[in-house]
Design a protein around this ligand. Structure first.
Ligand SMILES: [Fe+2]
Ligand SMILES: [Fe+2]
Length: 169
C-alpha cells in the first residue's frame, strides 16, 4: 500500500520537528557548556543526537514506504536562558509538543487504516513517555536544589552519570 499524501506531508513535518528539537538541544548544550555545567551539557548533547536519530527513523520510513522526503525550514532555537531550571522546563515543553504531534500522526494513520504506520509510530509513543518522565524527574530535583550552587553542581554530576548509563558508557 502506498503512503497517502496526507501522511507523507505529516511525516515530512515531523522530520522538521525532530530536527528542530535536535537543534534546540544543541543550543541548550552550548548554554550549559558556556556556564561550566559539563554534566547538563553532556545530557543535552545526547538529547541532540537522539532527536537526530528520530528524524532519521522518519526519513527512512518515508523512503521505505515510497514517499518523498521534502525537508521543511527549521526555525532558529532559543539560546539565552535564565537558569538551569528554565532550560529543563523548556525541554519538557518541547517534548510535550512533540508528543502532541506524534499523536496527531497516529490519528491520521489510524483514520486511514494505514496499520504499517500505526505500528511504526508505537515506538515513538512509548519513547515520548520515557522522554517526558526523565525530564520531569530532573525538574523535580532542580526545584529542590533551588539556586544553591552546591546542589546544582551535584545535579550536574548526577546528569553526567545518568547520561553515561543511558549511552552505555
Ligand atoms: Fe524525538
Ligand atoms: Fe525527545
Amino acid at each position: 500500500m502506498e503512503i497517502s499524501q496526507a501522511l507523507e506531508s505529516a511525516i515530512n513535518e515531523q522530520i522538521g520537528i525532530e530536527l528542530a528539537a535536535s537543534n534546540a538541544y544543541l543550543s541548550m548544550a552550548a548554554y550549559f557548556e558556556c556556564n561550566a555545567y559539563d554534566g547538563f551539557s553532556q545530557w543535552m548533547q545526547l538529547q541532540c543526537e537522539e532527536e537526530r536519530a528520530h528524524a532519521m527513523k522518519f526519513y527512512q520510513y518515508l523512503i521505505d514506504r515510497g514517499g518523498v522526503v521534502r525537508l521543511p525550514a527549521v526555525d532558529a532555537p532559543e539560546w539565552d536562558f535564565d537558569s538551569v531550571l528554565k532550560v529543563f522546563e523548556s525541554s519538557l515543553e518541547q517534548e510535550r509538543e512533540v508528543t502532541k504531534h506524534i499523536y496527531g500522526l497516529y490519528k491520521i494513520a489510524q483514520d486511514e487504516s494505514d496499520f504499517a504506520t500505526v505500528s511504526f509510530l508505537k515506538w515513538f509513543v512509548d519513547e515520548q513517555v520515557e522522554e517526558e518522565k526523565v525530564v520531569t524527574d530532573m525538574i523535580d530535583k532542580l526545584k529542590m536544589a533551588g539556586d544553591r550552587s552546591d546542589s546544582l553542581l551535584l545535579l550536574d554530576r548526577y546528569a553526567l552519570e545518568q547520561r553515561a548509563e543511558a549511552s552505555g558508557g
